[in-house]
Ligand binder design. Structure first.
Ligand code: ADP
Ligand code: F6P
Length: 320
């Protein structure tokens, strides 16, 4: 059984990371295990920016967006020397295992650290993109999807008042999950995602047809991985000759108080991760599959590409 572990958040922040960190810390302390918090992801490991945490250190954070530990993108950690140095700093403090909360890039870094140094590592998928293989959920995706829906509702008000096309670019990196969810829940007329090829002429014709059938305004959701919302909006405006406005939602999608779903699921995952690490497990990522917590092999999580749920793709085809 491990006696001292650490936790860090890395990559893009996501709502619910605080709940996950809190659960890791409180579970470790409950089990009588020392727990260190590392500031600013892998950069904090290299800068030795870490502290031993007490229960009160994670008070008053469950309702906050972002990550109170801070996060970063760290180039030095991309090198083997950087990772060896990070390991040395952990060893110096008697830290025997580490929980990494982050997206696929952070988990890739975790896999290398574990492989090269042998330190036990457990990962949690923390990203709004919901793109980690093996889990149908990542910490923060629910809050982000709700933030997008809130924006779509507002854009619908103004688009309908002016009889315009509203093109909305949403995040997700190379994954269309956020766009697909938002498109279905927000009643979009077109959803453009990288997983499904599309023809902008056909999309434009569809918008013209629905205008001719009486629809006075339309919402088009574009996943950033499918192309630039601005360019797509310009193309559609040109083709349809209809008044079109583009909104790039940007980082607003990453902020905000986490939803109930994100708080509860992140807490469940944090507990599982801490227990697994303390009990000697390594190279696993905890996620959800059909409502249940599952352990995913770390290599699978970082090498396999997660497909979008076919049922949602079918549903979108019928509804748009
Ligand atoms: P996310 O975790 O949200 O996908 P990034 O892809 O930016 O975000 O990764 C966060 C950090 O994880 C990087 O800045 C780097 O320190 C580390 N990382 C990412 N990919 C690798 C890799 N292939 N090897 C080692 N470290 C990596
Ligand atoms: O991975 C989360 C994410 O918000 C992506 O959806 C987006 O492409 C990227 O991070 C933006 O990164 P940055 O915060 O570096 O602009």
């Amino acid at each position: 059984m491990l006696k001292s572990i650490a936790v860090l958040t890395s990559g893009g922040d996501s709502p619910g990371m605080n709940a996950a960190t809190r659960a890791v810390v409180r579970t470790a302390l409950f089990e009588g295990v020392k727990v260190w918090g590392v500031y600013n992801g892998y950069r904090g490991l290299l800068d030795e920016d870490m502290f031993e945490m007490k229960s009160r250190d994670v008070s008053d954070i469950i309702q906050r967006g972002g990550t109170f530990l801070g996060t970063a993108r760290c180039r030095r950690f991309m090198t083997e020397e950087g990772r060896q140095e990070a390991y040395q700093h952990l060893k110096d403090r008697g830290i025997e295992g580490i929980c990494i909360i982050g997206g696929d890039g952070s988990l890739r870094g975790a896999q290398k650290l574990s492989r090269e140094t042998g330190i036990p590592i457990v990962g949690l998928p923390g990203t709004i993109d919901n793109d980690v293989w093996g889990s149908d959920y990542t910490i923060g995706c629910d809050t982000a999807a709700n933030t997008i829906i809130d924006a779509l509702n507002k854009l619908r008000d103004t688009a309908s008042s002016h009889s315009r096309i509203a093109v909305v670019e949403v995040m997700g990196r190379n994954c269309g999950w956020l766009a697909l969810q938002a498109g279905i829940a927000g009643g979009a007329e077109a959803i453009l995602i990288p997983e499904v090829p599309f023809d902008l002429d056909e999309v434009s014709q569809g918008l013209i047809d629905s205008y001719n059938q009486g629809r006075r305004y339309s919402i088009v959701v574009v996943a950033e991985g499918a192309g630039s919302g601005i360019e797509i909006g310009n193309y559609i405006a040109e083709k349809t000759q209809m008044e079109t406005r583009v909104s790039v939602l940007g980082h607003i999608q990453r902020g905000g108080s986490p939803s109930v779903r994100d708080r509860v699921k992140a807490s469940q995952l944090g507990e599982k991760a801490a227990l697994a690490l303390i009990n000697g497990q390594s190279d696993v990522v905890f996620g959800f599959n059909q409502g249940h917590v599952v352990a995913i092999d770390l290599t699978d999580a970082v090498t396999r590409k997660k497909p979008l749920t076919p049922e949602y793709l079918e549903l979108a085809k019928v509804l748009v």
